[in-house]
Design a protein around this ligand. Structure first.
Ligand code: PEP
Ligand code: MG
Length: 591
């Protein structure tokens, strides 16, 4: 059902989180490598904007000094000189003077002025004859990126609004999304991103509609006075709708709620196929500090994934061991006897954090991400996290999981650190958990190919399909330009999932899928048919997946999986899956 549109402006993007949001716009300045939006400010707002710049400079300086302190023992003379130079740069009068000049002369936000000043100085540096000086352009970029992050963090937090708004931005980082107050947000309209970008994952766990891939030019023209409709079912964004269009979408939102209520009726029933096979459903949490009281009444099998990295990338200060113990302990006690799979910090890729890594990477998704960063660059943070996990493990049913594993040696190294940490705690007389299941995430084709070897040295697998699709099909999961190729049910991905399941069987360990694929009702059936033992997903997806599981037989699921493995194209797999959903739930077609 699509309401008739009688509107001046409407745009088609990619729907990444379902629901409908209607309201006024809140524009956040974009950054990173993307040009930030220019936001015009009044004469009276200039001093405030300059103050914001100075606050961001002070925060950047503090972070750089803290990082320098933390890395002191590992820095050689050359690194130390670079740090010292960066500290000088961030306070450099001509650099800051140029940004201030632009804020005043162009009457623009600090992000836009910084972006302009950076480009200007980059050009100046690059034109220099001296190679050493030319290379300083890279330092400037590094310092500029940190400063931009701090400015953006500030503007995201500054959502001191009286009414709820639709957030519009070129890019939102996962940490910015997590920092927004969900009570003030009606939905997201973004230029960059895709279904499995971490920002979209967060939008879904907040139950907020989101559309990405809207052209930057369309967003630039939007301002706070505009009203928009964001349709997270179809990817449509409508600017300044007339009252008839708005009413149509309000009815659509109501109908969606009703369909959802119908679909979730019977949520208390077990996720059991009609021929009696149970497919346990667990929940993914994007923060370790969540209220999990909902677990008791929902028949959920446990917590299948806790993304702990946001704890490190969301705050200006790293959480201490004791602070982490308190957070994990609360979570484990809240979950009672149910298993809680806590994933160690998966920092890197699009989940970059100022102040954690001093390394510049041209391809962060192929760089020091997840377990690599933990073992190679921030072993100190990793040890602290493991100490905290072992200490809190005595309060519940803890399972620890390692992200981005691509070799058996990473598992051995992790085990070695766990043993060291355990001995350390023992000698300090600190109560802790000595033995617990250690799991490995299967997120790359390489890991799936050596699943048999991995399964002999760990206790469970969890397949991260969000990354598995990205690395198998060479598609940046956050890039809207290639999202047309992003299909978790592509035969290449299904074959790797099958390989992971077979590898797990060889070692006698269970396999969960915790990527977004598990939250898609039809694909969930396919995964069960491929032999996956458990599915873990955002809480809001559970009722529909449960209902779908209850409406099929495992016999059919296995047949569908066998047929799907013979297909050469996503379209053929989707045609097969379509029959599962459409025939049984025709009302879904209404949305
Ligand atoms: C995945 O890759 O599927 C996964 C669950 O991890 P993340 O989305 O946090 O990368
Ligand atoms: Mg992943």
């Amino acid at each position: 059902m699509n309401p008739a549109e009688n509107v001046v402006n409407s745009f088609q993007g990619i729907a990444v989180s379902p629901g409908i949001g209607i309201g006024r716009v809140m524009k956040l300045a974009g950054s990173g490598s993307v040009a930030p939006d220019r936001i015009e400010i009044s004469e009276a707002e200039i001093p405030g904007e300059i103050q914001r710049l100075h606050a961001a400079v002070a925060a950047t300086e503090r972070q750089m000094i803290a990082l320098q302190e933390e890395l002191r023992d590992r820095l050689n003379d050359n690194d130390a000189k670079i740090f010292a130079f960066h500290l000088l740069l961030v306070k450099d009068n001509s650099f800051l003077g140029e940004i201030e000049r632009r804020i005043r002369a162009d009457r623009c936000n600090a992000e836009f002025a910084l972006y302009g000043a950076l480009n200007h100085f980059q050009e100046v540096f690059s034109a220099l004859k001296d190679e050493y000086l030319r290379e300083r352009a890279l330092d400037l970029r590094d310092v500029g990126a940190r400063l931009m992050d701090n400015l953006r963090a500030d503007s995201a937090v500054l959502m001191d609004l009286d009414d709820r708004r639709v957030v519009v931005a070129a890019t939102l980082t996962p940490s910015e999304t997590a920092r927004l107050d969900p009570a003030k947000v009606l939905g997201f309209v973004l230029e960059n991103g895709s279904v499995t970008s971490h920002t979209a994952i967060l939008a879904r766990s907040l139950n907020l509609p989101a559309v990405v891939g809207i052209p930057g030019a369309a967003l630039t023209n939007l301002c706070a006075a505009d009203r928009v409709i964001v349709d997270g079912f179809t990817g449509r964004v409508i600017v300044n709708p007339d009252s008839r269009t708005e009413e149509g979408y309000r009815l659509k939102a109501k109908a969606a709620d009703e369909i959802h209520s119908r679909m979730i009726a019977g949520a208390e029933l077990p996720p059991e196929t009609i021929d009696g096979f149970t497919v346990p459903l667990a929940v993914n949490l994007d923060s370790a500090s969540c209220d999990v009281s909902f677990l008791k009444r929902s028949g959920i099998a446990g917590i299948g994934l806790v993304r702990t990295e946001f704890m490190f990338i969301n705050s200006s200060r790293l959480p201490s061991e004791d602070e982490q113990v308190e957070i994990y302990k609360k979570l484990l006690i809240g979950a009672g006897d149910l298993p809680v799979v806590i994933r160690t910090m998966d920092i890197g890729g699009d989940k970059a954090a100022a102040g954690i890594s001093s390394i510049f990477e041209a391809n962060p998704f192929l760089g020091l991400r997840g377990i690599r960063l933990a073992l190679r660059e921030r072993r100190d943070l990793f040890r602290t996290q493991l100490r905290a996990l072992l200490r809190s493990g005595v309060f519940g049913s803890l399972r620890v999981m390692i992200p981005m594993v691509t070799s058996v040696s990473e598992v051995w190294e992790t085990r070695e650190i766990i043993n060291q940490v355990s001995e350390e705690l023992e000698s300090e007389g600190v109560e802790h958990l000595r033995d617990f299941p250690l799991g490995v995430m299967i997120e790359t084709p390489g890991a799936a190919m050596i699943a048999g070897d991995l399964s002999r040295i760990c206790d469970f697998f969890s397949i991260g399909t969000n990354d598995l699709v990205q690395y198998t099909r060479a598609i940046d999961r956050g890039n809207e330009h290639v999202s047309y190729l992003y299909h978790p049910d592509h035969p290449s991905v299904l074959k790797l999932i099958k390989a992971a399941v077979e590898g797990a069987r060889a070692g006698g360990i269970p396999v969960t899928v915790c990527g977004q694929m598990a939250a898609d009702p039809a694909q969930a059936v396919l995964l069960a048919g491929l032999g996956v033992n458990e599915l873990s997903m955002v809480e809001s997806a559970i009722p529909l997946v449960r209902r779908t599981i209850r409406s099929v037989s495992m016999y059919d699921a296995v047949r569908v999986a066998e047929e799907a493995l013979k297909c050469a194209r996503t379209a053929d797999v989707e045609a097969l899956l379509g029959t599962i959903l459409r025939e049984r739930f025709p009302e879904l077609g209404e949305l």
